[in-house]
Design a protein around this ligand. Structure first.
Ligand code: ZN
Length: 213
């Protein structure tokens, strides 16, 4: 059976070389009613052999987006020019909204990816490893190091003990904190030193190490 269009006044039929598409009526109740109303044949019900050709859609094909003007066929021969112009501008407005929404969605996704990347970068290298050294015990201010006479023997031995623990801890994680990395001058080094020892820089750690050794 040759597919032919059921729209009033339309003689399109599927023949060899025809570039039109022929659509069956939707199964979905509400959309089906809208299509039947658009065809506008009194007391008529489509059968499984009833088709609407793509010439009745503004963009030249049907859309399954219920917000699109092409969700329902709307281009018919009997329509006057102002109606056709209104249809065209409705379609343009729909396309503009669609592109704006897509651009907004892309922008939100890009922002989320950027935030995620920034968060990953700001996390310490060994964030999953529990710091077992009381880092605050080593949080010496620069002036404390210069005033050696104020430190008692107990202070020094406590610092030594803490420093030993720190260095052991750092040593355990040499796979992450290789010596090269520590001396590379990388911008991450101070953060890593501070994270493990509570000291603001590697040079401070060295000064403290030399002092107690
Ligand atoms: Zn047709």
């Amino acid at each position: 059976m040759v597919k032919s269009c059921c729209a009033v006044g339309c003689t399109n039929r599927l023949t060899k070389g025809c570039i039109l598409s022929f659509y069956r009526f939707p199964v979905d109740g509400n959309r089906r009613r809208l299509w039947i109303a658009a065809i506008n044949k009194k007391g008529w019900e489509p059968s499984q052999y009833s088709f609407v050709c793509s010439a009745h859609f503004i963009s030249g094909k049907k859309s399954n987006d219920h917000l699109s003007p092409d969700y329902v066929p709307s281009v018919f021969k009997h329509l006057d020019s102002p109606t056709r112009r209104r249809q065209a501008s409705k379609m343009e407005a729909y396309e503009r909204r669609k592109h704006a929404n897509q651009a907004r969605a892309k922008s939100v996704q890009a922002d989320n990816e950027k935030l995620e990347a920034e968060r990953e970068q700001s996390e310490p290298v060994c964030a999953s490893v529990e710091l077992q050294v009381e880092s605050s015990a080593l949080a010496l201010q620069p002036h404390s190091i210069g005033r050696r006479t104020e430190l008692s023997i107990e202070d020094v031995s406590y610092m030594e003990e803490c420093l030993d623990q720190s260095l052991q801890f750092v040593g355990v994680h040499t796979d992450v904190l290789s010596k090269e990395f520590m001396e590379s001058g990388s911008s991450k080094v101070p953060g890593v030193i501070k994270f493990y020892t509570g000291l603001p820089s590697y040079s401070r750690l060295k000064v403290l190490f030399e002092y107690v050794s």
